[in-house]
Write a protein that binds this ligand. Structure first.
Ligand SMILES: *Cc1c(COP(=O)(O)O)cnc(C)c1O
Length: 389
């Protein structure tokens, strides 16, 4: 019998979610009503942060975050090579130069040792970054305390790419509270932890950053007469003060993600339970799970395993085997510096050895709240089968 293909990630949409979207569709406003501000307020409360601005994707949030922090041509942005391309592209949108900091083998997160070394070298040649974007791969926080300390020493700003990490904790506090960063961004793409279809949000404790973000997401326009630069011509007035974009989230999207937010805790708990079951069931095989740092409660966006002591050919073959047996494994991620676009800037194989080694051994196995026990067992049995063939 043909078995159903199990993807590595999948959204969960309930009747309640659907009803809340329908309610907005039947209302007077499907965008720029009260759902986006309501969502922003809920995020502030649940993440214990002062300000939040919702936008149409995490990519837009990263782009605006860079602009708000003043990134421009001649500046430098650093991030991890093991991330989605958007964490680097946001710097290119602003004309900045991109560079990467290699990862730590066991966690897949940015290596603080490498960051220190690179900062020291960069200081000597006057090429320090203006912005560093740590990426909370698979939902575990990077060592933000150390990164914050280094940011003070070397004078860079921090944007946390927490696209994988909503619902996760660092030092027992919610990721996104910006205790150790200027801005945190989250993604609500359907493969992420909670979804709005497409969507993202940025959080901050800095009022000026938030105000600028809100202006830039809507063409650079303000309707707040207190902030007008010119005399008020009449009650119809608004002012465009900067060159912004249309990066707004709609009320339709906000109503979906508000409903999803109600289940965030349960969702992340379920993900942790599944990951623990995998770890327990796959003990003794020549595979390793990415380590979750002790000071983290991971949001478990991804279940990433690494094949140990196999050749690169086997990694590829393992992928093919798993997929042909109906298990949608995926590589998160192919190193960004080796993408053709970034090779144009001179990056090449050998530049970030740990990231490259990771990409030759790692893969994500299915992990999402609706994954049934039977399906989890099928994933486990298929791994066991694929590892010996
Ligand atoms: C998904 C993702 C993004 C981009 O998110 P979108 O909402 O699709 O724009 C950025 N960074 C990381 C690490 C991601 O996983």
């Amino acid at each position: 019998m043909e078995q159903k293909f199990i993807p590595y990630g999948k959204q969960k949409i309930t009747e309640e979610d659907i009803n809340s979207v329908v309610k907005v569709l039947r209302s007077d406003f499907i965008t720029q009503g009260d759902k986006v501000p309501e969502f922003e307020q809920l995020i502030c409360t649940s993440l214990d942060v002062q300000y939040a601005t919702a936008v149409n994707s995490a990519t837009s949030a990263l782009h605006l975050a860079c602009l708000v922090l003043g990134l421009a041509k001649g500046d430098i942005l650093w991030t991890s090579p093991i991330t989605f391309v958007a964490s680097a592209n946001c710097g290119r949108y602003c004309g900045a130069e991109i560079d990467f900091v290699d990862i730590e083998d066991k966690t897949g997160l940015v290596s603080i040792e490498m960051l220190k070394l690179k900062l020291e070298k960069a200081k000597q040649i006057n090429k320090l970054p203006k912005i560093f974007i740590p990426v909370h791969l698979s939902g575990s926080s990077c060592d933000m305390r150390s990164i914050k300390r280094l940011s003070k020493e070397y004078g860079f700003r921090i944007i946390e790419d927490a696209s994988h990490a909503i619902g996760g904790k660092y030092l027992k506090k919610p990721i996104g509270n910006c205790d150790f960063s200027d801005i945190t961004i989250f993604s609500f793409h359907p493969v992420k932890i909670i979804t709005s279809g497409e969507g993202g949000i940025m959080t901050t404790n800095n009022k000026l950053i938030d105000e600028k973000m809100k202006m830039l997401r809507s063409h650079g326009i303000t309707k707040d007469i207190e902030k007008f630069k010119l005399p008020i011509p009449g009650p119809w007035a608004y002012e465009q003060q900067e060159l912004g974009y249309n990066f707004r989230m709609t009320d339709i999207q906000a109503s979906l993600v508000i409903s999803q937010l109600n289940r965030l805790e349960e969702n992340v708990h379920k993900r942790n339970t599944i990951l623990d079951f995998y770890k327990e069931s796959l003990k003794g095989l020549p595979i390793e799970f990415l380590e979750i740092p002790e000071d983290c409660y991971s949001a478990c966006h991804l279940a990433i395993i690494k094949l140990v002591n196999f050749s690169r050919d086997f990694h590829k073959k393992f992928f093919e085997n798993m997929r042909s047996l109906g298990i949608g494994v995926q590589l998160h991620y192919s190193p960004v510096h080796l993408q053709p676009y970034y090779r144009k800037y001179g990056f090449k194989e050998g530049d970030f050895p740990m990231a490259e080694k990771y990409a030759k051994t790692a893969l994500s196995i299915p992990l999402f709240p609706d994954l049934t026990k039977d399906e989890q067992i099928r994933v486990i049995n298929t791994i066991k089968k694929a590892i010996i063939t």
